[in-house]
Design a protein around this ligand. Structure first.
Ligand code: PFF
Length: 464
């Protein structure tokens, strides 16, 4: 992020924002939630939410940033003095995400290393992932590698290099995922009972909404999962897009840029789902689909193994590109913490990098130990059994984000007025076809839905 120069133009902004948005959320989180919630229904709910809530939340963040030219903390104070606390509240989200993002980054580094030094067959074996994450030292070492790289990039400044490489690596990652997705559809596997499952059957599960046994409570649960995924994946409602927005030049067509970010982010998630869900179904059946956070790391190696000789090369390239996508996202989380803390504590970038670095290190070690010395099984209101990593993820994305979005919608919808945002988007006379939709969503729909989801996330949804 460039504090003083700003982005050179629309493309610079779109690439940087897409770099933050496209990460493990698209390739690890989206497919496992989708599998857990039964495929097609989750996909449909997610797509509807992207077009409505995703568009509203992203527009709000970016427009607040550009209009106030401030980062989140000060932006809310500029909007209304009494609402400064909301800046602090949004800031809590990256603080929590930072504790576990580098742990997942470490898993990716591990898999990259496995494919680099071996043919990857061991990674495809049952139990490989679990025995890795439950080991006492290895996950910490790989996390450290990833975190050190992140801290180094943040310290050096994002503009020196990383933006340049994004141009090639992000489209490369997308092409790889498309290739893997197409291959997944050709898979077929016969298990011990003689049942044969094919990739095309898996595709049907991914695409067709299955409404059998649907209840209001279950639907709200799926919606909460989809909404938490939307927040996480688009990096909205956590101050990041406000800060990015503050670097955007006044001539940039915000609506057009936001659409591009949304399309890129959603396409990456959709294709990752297509690469992973049919493969999970083929190799692990319907029961395997609920395996949670380990899903991607278990199923992809099986796909690569099925590819034969080229599987290893695909594995190396895939985990390299995924590692890069994770790095650009993790950098944006850490950069937000550093930039905001520099302002709160009036410290230099160097000092703040060190302090945030130590905070990230200590908390990430704890998260790693959550699968070992600190292992527990906590049932969450979304019907999952969580370890430390999942608890952090749940608090930040399912609990805090609906709450901050609820408050933001009250501030923008009722205190400041949606016109404040719409005027910013139309500043240079650009067309903003969904201006009406924006106003209605912000005043009526977002507050009600966020309140419902917030209650669901606390477990009070059971009363409904
Ligand atoms: N959007 C990123 C992803 O999908 O992996 C994750 C992320 C980045 C979350 C930045 C939060 C954030 F502030």
């Amino acid at each position: 992020m460039k504090k003083h120069n700003g982005f050179s133009g629309s493309l610079g902004f779109v690439l940087a924002a897409a770099g933050s948005a496209v990460g493990v959320g698209n390739i690890w989180r989206f497919p496992y939630l989708c599998a857990k919630d039964g495929g097609g229904l989750f996909l449909l709910v997610y797509l509807v939410l992207v077009l409505t809530f995703g568009f509203v939340l992203l527009t709000t963040d970016v427009a607040i940033g550009r209009r106030t030219k401030q980062n989140a903390l000060n932006a809310f104070a500029t909007l209304n003095k009494k609402w400064k606390f909301l800046g602090y509240l949004t800031f809590l989200v990256p603080t929590l995400i930072m504790t576990y993002y580098s742990v997942i980054g470490g898993w990716i580094v591990k898999y990259f290393a496995v494919y680099l030094v071996s043919d990857g067959t061991q990674a495809a074996e049952d139990g490989f992932f679990t025995s890795f994450i439950t080991a006492p030292v290895a996950p910490i070492v790989f996390m450290l590698l990833f975190l050190a790289l992140t801290a180094w990039v943040v310290y050096r400044g994002v503009e020196k290099g990383i933006e340049k490489y994004s141009r090639y690596i992000m489209p490369g990652l997308l092409l790889l995922i498309i290739g893997i997705a197409v291959f997944s559809l050709t898979l077929s596997h016969t298990d011990g009972n003689g049942t044969t499952r094919t990739g095309l059957e898996g595709l049907a599960i991914y695409l067709k909404p299955d409404l059998t046994g649907m209840t209001a409570k279950r639907f709200l649960g799926v919606m909460l999962d989809a909404m938490s995924q939307l927040f996480f994946s688009l990096s909205v409602s956590m101050g990041i897009m406000i800060t990015y927005g503050s670097y955007v030049k006044d001539e940039v067509d915000l609506n057009c840029a936001n659409n591009q970010i949304e399309i890129f982010d959603t396409a990456a998630a959709f294709l990752a789902g297509m690469a992973i869900i049919p493969a999970v179904y083929v190799f692990l059946g319907r029961e395997g689909m609920s395996s949670g956070p380990s899903l991607t790391f278990i199923s992809l190696p099986k796909v690569f193994a099925a590819m034969g000789g080229v599987g290893r090369l695909v594995g190396v390239l895939f985990f390299l590109a995924l590692g890069f996508a994770a790095l650009t996202s993790c950098v944006s989380v850490m950069e937000t913490l550093v930039a905001n803390c520099m302002e709160i504590f009036h410290k230099s970038r160097k000092e703040m990098c060190a302090i945030v670095g130590i905070y990230s290190l200590v908390t990430a070690v704890l998260i790693c130990l959550g699968y070992n010395a600190l292992y527990f099984e906590l049932p969450l209101p979304n019907d999952t059994v969580a370890q430390l990593l999942d608890v952090m993820d749940y608090i930040s994305n399912s609990f805090l984000m609906p709450f901050t979005s609820l408050l933001t919608s009250i501030l923008i919808g009722w205190v400041v007025g949606p016109k404040w945002i719409i005027d910013e988007v139309q500043k240079n006379g650009e067309p903003f076809g969904r201006a009406k939709l924006y106003g209605v969503m912000m005043r009526y729909v977002v507050p009600v839905v966020m309140l419902l989801l917030f209650l669901t996330s606390t477990g009070l949804g059971d009363l409904l």
